[in-house]
Design a protein around this ligand. Structure first.
Ligand code: FES
Ligand code: MG
Length: 571
């Protein structure tokens, strides 16, 4: 691309008062004039925050990106956007994903940028940044922060997925409070995001399989020096991408999305993947529906033996060959010709890769598990769909009929779950309402609700659980999530009553409430749906505009993009 065609020259190349103002204030940072005279200006969109521990090392990572940009002849400008820390934010980081996507979109478009590097790590930061960037569609590279080193506790490898077991063990008395306390310091022992195939790692694999990052982005640990080298190389590459005018929309084709779905099945990726990928597709204008998640990955087995579906950690995954080695095994299921940020076919990322640990990365002939992917189930209890991750479930429960034990909302659940009088048995189905996008609001990760204490004491460790909420990507169990329509908008979930019989048949793709249509209609007519709308601020905007989970839970007015053009000046 010629210098005069650079988008940033619409600011820095201007004559007159506007150009003067655009340049003069940048110079207060000690920038010599030549930096603003036709070099590609690359934004480094940084989700660094000490309130997002998983992204707290990003200032450092940004320096490596800058070095790469300078080296390739570009001019880097780092800018912050709102960060989303999964562990601290109440009521849930997901409430703010769409807000951050707006921050990112507007920050990119409004500023003199020719290309963007997105620094993301903790769960929601990745989809939020990619969604926002898609709505502008400049040349863009994603760099993930990388996973933490594997936790070590009393001779055992531990990671986020162990938290769920720790607390069941603590409640049932097999793990002491003191042991819990020491585990706290051992679990998150280095910089980086969750060390298992939770949502953050899933998102890192998603961007790599979509073609939006350099190979190995998904698994290099945050603490490994090669993460910085990858950031440096990404800085090099983004400058070239600007010259080639290689934009997000050139990479994010329908086939790229199908690749991501296939890879997600083979890695045992998080159920949150569905929501985020649907939202991203809608931003870039690619047709993708929830049903595609059942079809695109058909026949793909689980290759990765990673927690929570298996035993290893992300660090081990990198040493085993990482995502490229896994994608090489998957070649016959992938569109190998889709192009990536390199401008070259996807296959170039993995054709020469070697796997160093066959116990971690299986082959199509000898996979880790023949059951893979995320299954979409439908029926009168979820007309638009609900999802379940079979590899994290108990096989015997994948076809199950049981009586509902209903919790009207999360407070009702917390109040009743450990009540010894609760009428519940191991074949019961726990139903939690009003934890959907509009209902909670923000669709929190409470879908893998804990088992009643009295059943835990009997040794029960899994039950069928159904809700309109989400589950942490690190969670497991026979958990039906994302029921759409949600209870708060009058979905059938809202009218399930204690004792109603529910059938789940994952193989057949069915989630059915054994109650007649007439009775369901009668119950729905009595619903009062308007009790829970917050009347001001961002939460109000969210509740008024959030779409249902099967569409990606984005705002209805954010679909598509507005491009990168801004015709009016500011003075
Ligand atoms: Fe940030 Fe798990 S809490 S990735
Ligand atoms: Mg999470």
């Amino acid at each position: 691309m010629e210098k005069e065609h650079l988008r940033s020259q619409g600011w820095f190349g201007k004559k007159g008062k506007d150009g003067f103002i655009y340049r003069a204030w940048m110079k207060n940072q000690g920038i010599p004039s030549h930096q603003l005279q036709g070099k590609p200006v690359i934004g480094i969109c940084n989700t660094w925050s000490e309130l997002t521990p998983c992204n707290a090392h990003f200032r450092e990572l940004a320096e490596s990106v800058k070095n790469g940009i300078y080296e390739a002849g570009g001019y880097p400008v780092e800018f912050p956007v709102m960060s989303l820390g999964e562990t601290l934010m109440k009521p849930t980081a997901m409430l703010y994903r769409n807000l951050v996507s707006m921050d990112v979109e507007e920050s990119i478009r409004a500023n003199p940028l020719d290309g963007v590097v997105l620094l993301c790590g903790c769960d929601k930061t990745t989809p939020a940044l990619v969604m926002g960037a898609c709505s502008v569609d400049l040349p863009t590279i994603v760099i993930s922060g990388g996973p933490m080193l594997t936790g070590k506790h009393r001779g055992k490898d531990i990671g986020t997925s162990d938290i769920w077991t720790f607390f069941e063990d603590n409640r049932s008395g097999t793990m002491s409070d003191e042991e819990l306390y020491t585990a706290e310091a051992c679990l998150a022992r280095s910089k980086g995001h969750c060390a298992v195939m939770g949502t953050a790692s899933t998102m890192a694999c998603m961007v790599e399989s979509l073609g939006l990052s350099l190979p190995d982005n998904a698994a290099i640990p945050a603490a490994d020096s090669r993460r910085k080298a990858l950031a440096h190389l990404s800085g090099n590459r983004i400058v070239e991408m600007v010259k080639e005018d290689l934009k997000l929309s050139d990479i994010l084709t329908r086939k790229a999305f199908e690749n991501a779905i296939t890879v997600n099945a083979a890695i045992g990726g998080s159920t949150n993947f569905i929501i985020h990928l649907l939202a991203i597709a809608a931003r870039i204008g690619v047709e993708l529906s929830i049903d595609d998640f059942n079809t695109a990955a058909r026949g793909v087995p689980l290759l990765a033996n990673l927690q929570p579906s298996g035993k290893y950690f992300m660090e081990d995954f990198y040493y085993a060959g990482g995502l490229p080695a896994l994608m090489k095994e998957l070649q016959s299921h992938l569109h190998n010709e889709t192009i990536t940020i390199s401008g070259k076919p996807m296959a170039d990322n993995y054709s020469d890769c070697v796997c160093y640990n066959r116990d971690l990365i299986g082959t199509l002939e000898t996979p880790f598990n023949t059951t893979a992917g995320i299954v979409v189930v439908k029926g009168n209890l979820a007309e638009n769909g609900a999802v379940l991750k079979p590899s994290a479930a108990t096989p015997a429960l994948l076809k199950h009929t049981g009586k509902a034990v209903v919790f009207e909302d999360i407070d009702d659940y917390k109040h009743k779950i450990d009540d010894p009088e609760l009428d519940v048995g191991e074949s019961s189905i726990l139903v939690l309402k009003n934890v959907g996008p509009r209902g909670y609001p923000g669709m929190p990760e409470v879908g893998n609700m804990s088992i009643p204490k009295k059943l835990l004491d009997q040794g029960v460790r899994d039950m069928v659980r159904i809700s309109d909420g989400r589950m942490s990507g690190t969670g497991f169990g026979t958990v039906v999530l994302h029921v759409s329509p949600e209870a708060a908008v009058g979905g059938t979930l809202a009218v399930v009553q204690n004792g109603d019989v529910i059938t789940l048949d994952v193989q057949a793709g069915i989630l059915h409430l054994e109650v007649s249509d007439e009775e369901i209609s009668l119950r729905k007519a009595k619903l009062n749906l308007h009790g829970n709308i917050v009347n001001r601020g961002y939460t109000h905007l969210y509740q008024m505009h959030v779409e249902q989970a099967h569409l990606g839970a984005d705002f209805d007015f954010l679909k598509g993009g507005s491009g990168s053009k801004v015709v009016k000046d500011s003075h």
